[in-house]
Design a protein around this ligand. Structure first.
Ligand code: ADP
Ligand code: MG
Ligand code: MG
Length: 252
């Protein structure tokens, strides 16, 4: 479904991703861990098409389509959801209006009919409930004055409403409290349906206590240096990342 081949990308002339490979099949949950500055967030930004991230090589294909050639909105319409794509504040535009427009744009691309205001409201209320946000959040300006935890809940609500085929969540933000972590985890788990796939970027093993990944990858110095199952995350929690530099010294 999503194939990343030898991806190279730079920020301000500095190469950050140095030949990254990743292959994600429908229904799989992949966790990406790694030391600070390894390029985890950069990977998310490159996939989202953020300005300032220059791709210098490699390929990214989503269901056979070239993601790197798509505009930002086209990526969402192709089924890619990036949690941090939306966190900008949009004062004066209600969460509800914003989400209805986004959802209908995605539905149009999928050849589905637009949701009416009433249909959307029903879905939005259910999603609100699911992430434990009061209904008045739908009326508030997008992210306007939201706390960190509320932004996170809102993000997961967006994910639920957009019904993407692949979700990329960057949870390196260690400021999340356990409640917010659980909202993220419940959101992911409730959307796991055997078809939808996830990339969960996380600095700490803690989130993976709630989300059982199928694969864990260690990203270091712009590349995936080790892949394994969920037990790799537990190993990293115990040993940290010191083994990375030792492996390099040994020429491994
Ligand atoms: P991680 O998420 O794994 O901690 P990042 O992807 O945030 O790592 O950063 C990888 C490297 O890219 C770091 O060395 C960081 O300083 C650098 N970097 C990221 N964004 C920028 C930027 N806008 N300008 C310059 N350097 C950047
Ligand atoms: Mg970081
Ligand atoms: Mg990061």
């Amino acid at each position: 479904m999503l194939t990343i081949k030898d991806l190279r990308a730079s920020v301000e002339g500095k190469e950050i991703l140095k030949g990254l490979n990743l292959d994600i099949k429908p229904g799989e949950v992949h966790a990406i861990m790694g030391p600070n500055g390894a390029g985890k967030s950069t990977l998310g930004y490159v996939l989202s098409g953020r300005d300032g991230y220059e791709v210098s090589g490699g390929q990214v294909e989503l269901n056979g389509e070239n993601v790197l050639e798509m505009e930002v909105e086209e990526r969402a319409q192709a089924g890619l959801f990036l949690a941090f794509q939306y966190p900008v504040e949009i004062p004066g535009v209600s969460n509800m209006e914003f989400m209805k427009e986004s959802v209908n744009a995605v539905r149009k691309e999928r050849g589905e009919e637009s949701l009416s205001a009433a249909e959307f409201l029903k879905k939005a209320k259910e999603a609100c409930k699911q992430v434990n946000l009061p209904l008045d959040f739908l009326k508030r300006g997008v992210n306007e004055g939201f706390s960190g935890g509320e932004k996170k809940r809102n993000e997961i609500m967006q994910m639920i409403l957009l019904e993407p085929s692949i979700c990329i969540l960057d949870e390196s933000d260690s400021g999340l409290d356990v409640d917010a972590l659980q909202v993220v985890a419940n959101g992911v788990n409730s959307q796991r349906d055997g078809k939808r796939s996830f990339i969960v970027v996380t600095h700490y093993q803690r989130l993976l206590d709630y989300i059982e990944p199928d694969f864990v990858h260690i990203l270091a110095d712009g590349k995936i240096v080790k892949s394994g199952d969920a037990s790799l995350a537990k190993e990293v929690e115990k040993t940290g990342y010191a083994w990375l530099s030792k492996a390099e010294e040994a020429g491994a």
